[in-house]
Every structure is written in C-alpha cells, then in structure tokens.
Design a protein around this ligand. Structure first.
Ligand code: HEC
Length: 133
C-alpha cells in the first residue's frame, strides 16, 4: 500500500516533469530564432543530378564561390560554419538547395539564385561529399 502510493507519487512527478519540458523545454529550443530551416515543400525536393555527372563541376564551383568563406574542404572559417557538421549533413538535399538559393544575407550567407538550377544541385552534391572527409 505504502509502496503503491510512493510509486504513484513517482509517476506524478514524472508526469509533471514531462509537462514542464513540454511547455518550456521544447519552445526554448526555437526561441533563439537562430535556427535556419527550409520550408517543408522546398526540403522535399530531390536532387535530379547523379553524383558522377554533377560532382566534378560542383567541386570547381565550390572552390570558386564558396571556399572563401566555408574553407576549401568546407571545414568552416571565421566567416562561415563547417558544412561537414552533422546538423548540416542531416538536412535533405532540397533543404540545402533552398538555403544555397535563398541565402541568409542578414547572417552573411549570400544568395545564389542567379546560378542556373543544375549548378545549385551540383553544389548540393559537393556539400554532401564533404561529409566523408
Ligand atoms: C560571404 C561568405 C559566404 C559565402 C561566399 C558562402 N557562404 Fe554559405 N554560409 C555563410 C554563413 C555566414 C552561413 C550561416 C548562415 C546562418 O546560419 O544563418 C552559411 C550557411 C550555409 C549553409 C547552411 C548551413 C546550415 O547550418 O544549415 C549552406 C548549405 C551553405 N552556406 C552553402 C554554401 C555554398 C554551397 C556556397 C557557395 C555557392 C556558400 N555557402 C557560400 C557564408 C557564406
């Protein structure tokens, strides 16, 4: 009996914890406004290019247009984040394409919507290939 009551109290404590986390924990992750997220429709797009066809051109473009900020191997510099990081690599091809296209100019990432779409998909392949370094 006493045991049962203790267990019940434990369960209530766990439930309260879950409510507190649910109320304050999760929104707090987003509240910083620092997360940059692609809209779902954009994130769902699939890369139309095959790796062997797209990667060589993408590497060249990356060296010309991206390495100055992200580093030759995408390792990041004082100017821009490491693109090999899991939080980048975990994003879908569509999400990376969207970010490269839109840019986030307030935070220092230029927009590349002026590049033809195939070149932007080549860049997505290149960003992907950085993860294996
Ligand atoms: C002038 C510096 C600069 C150049 C050039 C640049 N970037 Fe960026 N890039 C940034 C910055 C700064 C961020 C971080 C933006 C943010 O988190 O809001 C970023 C973010 C990104 C992201 C998103 C990373 C994430 O955390 O989701 C990708 C992908 C990316 N860049 C790819 C590229 C590619 C591909 C090129 C070349 C076509 C490029 N960048 C050129 C500065 C640059």
């Amino acid at each position: 009996m006493r045991n049962g009551r203790r267990r019940a109290r434990g369960a209530i404590a766990v439930a309260c914890g879950a409510v507190v986390l649910g109320t304050f924990g999760v929104p707090a992750l987003w509240a910083g406004g620092a997360k940059w997220t692609a809209p779902p429709l954009a994130a769902a797009r699939v890369n139309p290019l095959a790796v062997d066809a797209g990667l060589p051109g993408g590497r060249k473009l990356f060296g010309e247009r991206c390495a100055s900020c992200h580093g030759d191997a995408g390792q990041g510099t004082r100017m821009a984040p490491d693109l090999r990081e899991r939080d980048v690599q975990d994003q879908s091809d569509g999400a990376l394409f969207w970010k490269i296209s839109q840019g986030n100019t307030r935070r220092g990432m230029p927009t590349y919507s002026y590049l033809p779409e195939p070149q932007r998909w080549q860049l997505v392949l290149t960003v992907r290939s950085l993860s294996s370094h």
